[in-house]
Design a protein around this ligand. Structure first.
Ligand SMILES: C[S@@+](CC[C@H](N)C(=O)[O-])C[C@H]1O[C@@H](n2cnc3c(N)ncnc32)[C@H](O)[C@@H]1O
Length: 256
């Protein structure tokens, strides 16, 4: 007798990429209208510019739902309560602290969570899922939000201001490839200067991930920490699921 709950779960996950791609296409008209309204005609007629604008519009709608589903894993991850991909009750590794780089920060969906980890944040109660934070000393003193999409970077700047962390959160409006290039933006992140890197669902969007992961790694201090929440290669389900994932990825990577 099949376990119907698992079957349903698998089916939902199989449909997910196609649902996402359909929602992305459905945002094309709103993106066109937005660009015309903002008189950004050059972006309208540039493939890469339009793609970026479409992603910004799409993620503004989809991001909050994705975050709601991800919180149950991402918050424990930042608290140091995840080991071997499993959430534990106790703190087992270093919670997020010090100088933090958020890679592919998007429109700042996670800024409210980071605010609760900042140094001198009000003490938290058990109900918000951040218990143990103070007792383990996890706190953020400075943050860089690396986000090359101009629409998302602008929204990110506003979001950190609204949340009240703009005094410690600096938006870095370039790709990860250029964070140490002071001619590309108004600043420079030195290699070996970052305590913790956070990457939430961003490696699927970042070009040349292997090269850029190495670049990111160089930014970490020796013994620094990297908190990763990503889509991963299917590892159970045999050849068929692996093949399905590879085939969907072909469309996914071409999808605007
Ligand atoms: C799927 S979104 C996730 C956004 C955010 N982490 C969240 O969970 O809401 C991926 C982000 O990576 C950004 N990105 C794309 N290329 C990048 C690069 N070269 N360096 C840094 N971020 C990049 C995209 O602009 C996008 O905002």
């Amino acid at each position: 007798m099949p376990d119907w709950a698992t079957v349903k779960d698998v089916l939902v996950h199989l449909i997910d990429p196609w649902a996402f791609m359909s929602i992305s296409f459905a945002h094309i008209p709103a993106t066109v209208v937005g660009l015309i309204h903002d008189k950004k005609y050059r972006t309208l007629f540039s493939f890469s510019g339009f793609r970026e604008a479409l992603f910004g519009t799409f993620w503004a709608t989809v991001g909050p739902n994705v975050k709601t589903n991800a919180e149950q894993r991402v918050i424990p991850l930042l608290q140091g309560r995840v080991k071997g991909g499993v959430v534990h009750d106790d703190v087992l590794s270093s919670p997020i602290h010090g100088t933090v780089l958020e890679v592919g920060a998007g429109s700042g969906m996670w800024a409210d969570v980071f605010a609760r980890f900042r140094e001198n944040a009000d003490d938290t109660d058990a109900a918000d899922g951040l218990r143990n934070r103070k007792s383990t000393g996890g706190h953020i003193t400075k943050m860089y939000g690396v986000e090359p999409n101009p629409i998302s970077a602008k929204a990110l700047q506003q979001r950190v201001k609204d949340i009240g962390i703009d005094d410690i959160y600096q938006v870095v409006p370039v790709g990860i490839e250029s964070v140490d290039d002071s001619t590309a933006w108004d600043g420079k992140i030195e290699p070996g200067s970052i305590d913790c890197i956070v990457g939430i669902l961003c490696l699927c969007s970042i070009p040349e991930p292997e090269k850029n992961i190495k670049l990111l790694y160089r930014l970490l201090k020796p013994g620094g920490h990297w908190y990763v929440y990503e889509h991963v290669k299917v590892w159970r389900g045999g050849l068929l699921l692996g093949l399905y994932q590879r085939k969907s990825r072909l469309s996914w990577s071409r999808c605007p």
